[in-house]
Unconditional design. Structure first.
Length: 96
């Protein structure tokens, strides 16, 4: 039962990331986002994944951690891109 609840947690957290990724792609801005937030989320997922390795309880739950880490990392990469785009826009606005 605990694995089912853990998977539900991971799935529900994971469902938000595709929407966030889509918003990052469409908005092309990093306003309202921080790299620190992404870092803490990724580290949290890595700690959860690490607990599976340390406990030896390697089950299908590991795949949900990996999927969530990939989704957050994707949004992190888009946020970095959007920070660069924001800087370019800011420079162009300052030059005009």
């Amino acid at each position: 039962m605990s694995q089912i609840l853990e998977v539900l947690m991971l799935v529900l957290f994971g469902l938000s990331w595709p929407f966030n990724i889509l918003k990052s792609i469409r908005s092309r801005t990093a306003k309202g986002k921080t790299l620190t937030f992404h870092f803490f989320i990724i580290v949290g997922y890595i700690c959860g994944l690490g607990s599976k390795f340390v406990s030896g309880n390697m089950s299908y739950v590991v795949y949900f951690y990996i999927v969530d880490i990939v989704l957050v990392t994707t949004d992190l990469i888009l946020t970095i891109r959007n920070i660069r785009l924001d800087k370019v826009r800011d420079r162009e606005a300052a030059a005009s």
